[in-house]
Design a protein around this ligand. Structure first.
Ligand SMILES: Nc1ncnc2c1ncn2[C@@H]1O[C@H](COP(=O)(O)OP(=O)(O)OP(=O)(O)O)[C@@H](O)[C@H]1O
Ligand SMILES: O=P(O)(O)OC[C@H]1O[C@H](OP(=O)(O)OP(=O)(O)O)[C@H](O)[C@@H]1O
Ligand SMILES: [Mg+2]
Length: 282
């Protein structure tokens, strides 16, 4: 039976479970459940703290895990990424009081840096050849400067709202760009069950990045239509009862869909429909 770790709390927990459910796996109904057995797919899910997941997967106790790239790197566990999941996006950055002028990483020398990700920070400082004191805190790191335990911080930045609220400004290049990822133990044996779960999740990730466009196109404009919506392989074209018109169907990138629909409408396509794709195998 495949053993898979899923975040039990925090930013990643909801979207990770929703994605697994969309991929056809049984998920927990009770927030407090720590395991769920999915006998149909022969998988057992373990709901663990996102910070601990890379430890379990790296030790080989669990076959796959969903966690944040930043958390996996910070754990130091021997794991590799199998798939990026497209949610839980953030940047891990240094920040300092915004009144104190623009800082650079070199200015951190001899300073106290508070963080919940000490290994990421220690490794990054070493890359710059900067020696500083890293102070490990569990959370609410943005408050540590005003409370006097640190001079600067390194923390997860999503919208940037928390930094602004505490009069802080990020500086330097992001230490890490993160999103939710599927991890496995480095050097682990290939396993069909693992590949199947990854392929199903890949299908959901892919489906979320695309929409299906359907429209009716005057026959003489088909070449232009095919250029605008080439699809992944080639667009599907079906004759309509009116032989001057053809129905076209093609997947297009979700981000580009509105602009493509504008252009299709402008050149004379009719009944242009965009619909969600739940999952796919390409
Ligand atoms: N705005 C955000 N704040 C915190 N973590 C975020 C955010 N956006 C994405 N993430 C990602 O979520 C993961 C952190 O999840 P974790 O559950 O440890 O913390 P949390 O979501 O802050 O929950 P908690 O309430 O337990 O602190 C990291 O991979 C981080 O990059
Ligand atoms: O850039 P933003 O969109 O404001 O998000 C970033 C903040 O959100 C998280 O904190 P969380 O609420 O999880 O509290 P924590 O620091 O106790 O983990 C993270 O640690 C940052 O503090
Ligand atoms: Mg947090």
């Amino acid at each position: 039976m495949l053993r898979v770790a899923v975040p039990n709390k925090g930013t990643l927990a909801g979207p990770a479970s929703e994605m697994l459910a969309e991929a056809g796996y049984r998920q927990r109904h009770e927030q407090r459940d720590l395991t769920v057995l999915d006998p149909v797919n022969d998988v057992e899910f373990f709901f663990l703290r996102p910070k601990d997941i890379a430890i379990y997967v790296g030790s080989g106790e669990l076959d796959l895990g969903i966690t944040g790239r930043d958390l996996a790197l910070d754990s130091g566990a021997p794991v590799d990424e199998r798939l990026a999941l497209g949610f839980g996006g953030s940047n891990f950055r240094y920040a300092a009081p915004s009144g104190a002028g623009e800082w650079s990483v070199a200015d951190l020398a001899g300073k106290r840096i508070a963080t919940s990700y000490p290994r990421l920070v220690t490794d990054d400082l070493a890359r710059y050849g900067v020696t500083a004191e890293v102070i490990r805190l569990d959370g609410a790191v943005e408050i540590s400067i005003q409370l006097g335990v640190a001079d600067a911080i390194a923390d997860v930045v999503g919208s940037g709202r928390t930094l602004r609220q505490h009069g802080l400004a990020a500086f330097g290049d992001p230490i890490c760009s993160s999103e939710a990822v599927v991890i496995e133990r480095r050097g682990a044996d290939e396993q069909e069950a693992k590949d199947r779960l990854v392929a199903r999740l890949q299908g959901v990730v892919f489906a979320q990045q695309y929409v299906m466009l359907d429209y009716n196109c005057p026959r003489q404009l088909l070449d232009a239509a095919a250029k605008l919506t080439p699809g992944l392989g080639s667009p599907t074209m079906s004759p309509l009862a009116d032989e001057n018109w053809v129905a076209v169907r093609a997947m297009v990138s979700r981000k580009e869909a509105p602009a493509i629909m504008d252009r299709l409408a402008a050149f004379g396509a009719k009944a242009i429909l965009s619909s969600d794709i739940r999952s796919c195998r390409l």
